[in-house]
Write a protein that binds this ligand. Structure first.
Ligand SMILES: [Zn+2]
Length: 282
C-alpha cells in the first residue's frame, strides 16, 4: 500500500508510517532488506536507509533532503500538520521554509495543533514569515525568533491576549502572540534596523528609535508592559554593539548569539578583513 510523503518529513517518520500501513514495522522491513544484501547502517538518516525508503515508497530523489542547518540556524524536527498526514500517524520532519502555521489547513503547528481560522491575524503573520523571514534564513525556534516571542509575550496588551484566547480552542501562549512575534523578528533582522543601531548616531537617538519601532508592534497601552519588550530589544542592541566593537579591536569577524549580524550591511567589511587575513596566511 503506498504512503504519501508529507513535505519535509524525516526518513524515521516516513519509514514507520509506511511500514505500519503495510502491517509491518520499519525494523522488520529493514531486516528483510538487509538479508537480501541491502546494508542499512544504524544512524537515523544514513544515506542507505534514505535510498531504501525512497525506493520502497516510490519517492522522488528530493525526499528526505531537508537541511539541518539554514544560514547558521538549526532546523528543528517537529510534528507535521495533522491534516497534511493523518493525525494518528504522528508524522515528523523539518520545515525550514515555514513558520508555525499550515496555511492550507489553517492549523497551528505547536505541540497541540489547533484550528486558527478564527484568528486570521496568525495566517497573515504566517504569510509575512514566509515572504520576509524565510528568505533571511530565519527558522522556527532560532535565537532571534525566541527573543521576539519573549518580548511579545511580556509586552503585549492583556486585552488583546484575552480577546484572541476566546477565539481558539487551545490558546497556547506562543500562538496568542504569533503576529507580534513575527513582526518583531522582522524588525530585528531588517538591515535598516541593524544599520541604525550599529551606526554612528547617539545612544539617545538609538534608544528613541527602538522605543518607537517596538511601540509600533506593541503599543504602550495601559494594560501592557511595553517597556519590558523595549528592554529585551535594547539588550540585543547593546549586545550587538559590544560584539562589533570587540571584533573591530581584535580584527576578527563578529559572531552574535542571535545570528543577525550576517544581515547587517556593515558585516561585509569584516568578511573582507577575514579574506585578506587568510590571503596573508597562505
Ligand atoms: Zn496541513
Amino acid at each position: 500500500m503506498p504512503t504519501r510523503l508529507v513535505g519535509g518529513e524525516a526518513v524515521a517518520s516516513y519509514s514507520q508510517r509506511h511500514a505500519s500501513r503495510n502491517f509491518s514495522t520499519a525494523k522488520e522491513i529493514e531486516k528483510a532488506a538487509e538479508e537480501q544484501g541491502f546494508s542499512v547502517p544504524g544512524t537515523k538518516s544514513a544515506s542507505e536507509r534514505v535510498t531504501l525508503w525512497r525506493d520502497l515508497g516510490g519517492l522522488h530523489e528530493r525526499a528526505f533532503t531537508e537541511p539541518q542547518i539554514v544560514a547558521g540556524n538549526w532546523v528543528i524536527e517537529r510534528p507535521l500538520c495533522e491534516r497534511c498526514a493523518p493525525a494518528h500517524e504522528r508524522a515528523r520532519g523539518r520545515l525550514p521554509r515555514i513558520g508555525m502555521v499550515c496555511v492550507r489547513h489553517k492549523r497551528w503547528l505547536g505541540q497541540e495543533q489547533v484550528d486558527v481560522a478564527p484568528i486570521a491575524e496568525t495566517i497573515v503573520a504566517e504569510r509575512h514569515w514566509r515572504r520576509l523571514l524565510t528568505p533571511c534564513g530565519i527558522v522556527v525556534e532560532c535565537p532571534v525568533v525566541l527573543l521576539a516571542e519573549e518580548a511579545a509575550t511580556v509586552g503585549i496588551s492583556k486585552a488583546v491576549l484575552e480577546e484572541r484566547a476566546q477565539r481558539v480552542a487551545v490558546p497556547s501562549p506562543a500562538l496568542l502572540v504569533y503576529p507580534e512575534t513575527v513582526r518583531l523578528a522582522r524588525l530585528l533582522t531588517r538591515p535598516s534596523f541593524l544599520d541604525a543601531v550599529l551606526g554612528d548616531a547617539t545612544a539617545a537617538w538609538k534608544r528613541t528609535m527602538v522605543e518607537r519601532e517596538v511601540g509600533m508592534v506593541l503599543p504602550d497601552a495601559e494594560d501592557a508592559e511595553n517597556w519590558r519588550a523595549v528592554a529585551r530589544v535594547w539588550d540585543l542592541v547593546l549586545g550587538l554593539q559590544d560584539v562589533v566593537r570587540d571584533a573591530r579591536l581584535l580584527g576578527t569577524v563578529p559572531e552574535d548569539r542571535w545570528n543577525v549580524l550576517r544581515l547587517w550591511s556593515g558585516f561585509a567589511e569584516f568578511e573582507a578583513v577575514e579574506v585578506s587575513r587568510i590571503d596573508q596566511l597562505m
